[in-house]
Design a protein around this ligand. Structure first.
Ligand SMILES: [Zn+2]
Length: 309
């Protein structure tokens, strides 16, 4: 068995996982975001009934493969700590840590909609955009541990020469991103970003669910917004497919709950990739809130971190 924790900025979700993907002893606790001692103490208490059993963690952040330091924007107390080493010493067990979107992709590859596929790119369309790449049942950590972050890197960019007098802001949704760049997919493709895109495209302020249901009713303004949304998102995803060769893309996150949206993304993506008529590639994830825990449970130790720096 493996102890597993899915740690976000608000809650720690904890469970005991069996090798066949069964979760038992499920508990939740608030995440101490500002106090490292409390953070370690809560995890130590949760694990205490199972001495020596490994603890695997999915976290809303990225572990630097070189230093072990976890950068989690919503959990600032972790800022300078080699967390897996600290937890291992404090709790007397092996501790492995991975990004929660990576764990999502791994779980869907092992137990979910991507079962049977050896090359899986899982995407999260939630508050923001995330993703993870899994090959042969292992997360690809890659340079800096950020592989799968397909939402960043300027993608929505103005042409190199802009005709005099042309107002590009009216035709190109070019917003500043939290990563410091301008024009990342993350600035238009998460739930909050979709709401901003809708206003940019001429719509009245509305939440993402209202925009999607208006689009499904064929509302003209929502359709205009979603034309932009699907065009940019599916172009970025087509590039991901062409580069990675993945054969399935599980979609999680709040926007991924819309079957109509996932279907539309799949159709738009398949119009843009090099391989023609590959069958459905983009599919709704099936593991919901269990994905982080189940993915964490499937983590394996990386022994060649140096080669991946
Ligand atoms: Zn960005």
């Amino acid at each position: 068995m493996i102890l597993c924790a899915d740690i976000g900025g608000s809650f720690i979700d904890f469970a005991v996982a069996s090798p066949d993907g069964h979760l038992t002893h499920r508990q939740a606790a608030p995440t101490p975001v500002a106090d490292l001692d409390s953070f370690v103490g809560i995890l130590a208490d949760l694990c205490a009934p199972w001495p020596g059993v490994p603890l695997h963690i999915a976290i809303a952040g990225v572990e630097n493969p070189a230093t072990g330091v976890v950068h989690a924007a919503n959990i600032p107390c972790l800022a300078t700590t080699d967390l897996s080493r600290l937890l291992s010493v404090k709790t007397g067990r092996t501790v492995l840590i991975a990004n929660d979107a990576d764990c999502f992709a791994l779980a869907e590859a092992r137990f979910g909609v991507a079962r049977g596929h050896s090359n899986v790119f899982g995407i999260i369309l939630g508050t923001g955009v995330g993703g993870g790449h899994v090959i042969d049942g292992r997360i690809v950590q890659g340079l800096g541990g950020v592989t799968g972050e397909w939402g960043h890197g300027p993608f929505i960019i103005p042409p190199p020469r802009v005709p005099a007098g042309m107002d590009l802001s009216a035709v190109i949704p070019s917003f500043r991103c939290g990563c410091g760049q301008t024009g990342c997919l993350d600035t238009i493709a998460g739930a909050r970003a979709l709401e901003r895109l809708h206003v940019w495209a001429g719509g009245a302020p509305a939440d993402s669910r209202a925009i999607l249901s208006a689009w499904e009713r064929k509302d003209a303004q929502a359709s205009r917004t979603m034309d932009f949304y699907l065009g940019y998102l599916s172009s970025a995803l087509a590039l991901v497919i062409n580069v990675t060769g993945c054969t399935v893309i599980p979609v999680g996150g709040g926007l991924g709950n819309s079957a109509a949206l996932v279907r539309a993304v799949d159709l738009a993506v398949r119009e843009r990739i090099l391989v023609k008529e590959p069958g459905v590639l983009v599919k709704q994830a099936v593991l919901a809130r269990d994905a982080g825990l189940l993915g964490a449970a499937c983590l394996v130790a990386v022994h060649d971190k140096g080669a991946e720096r």
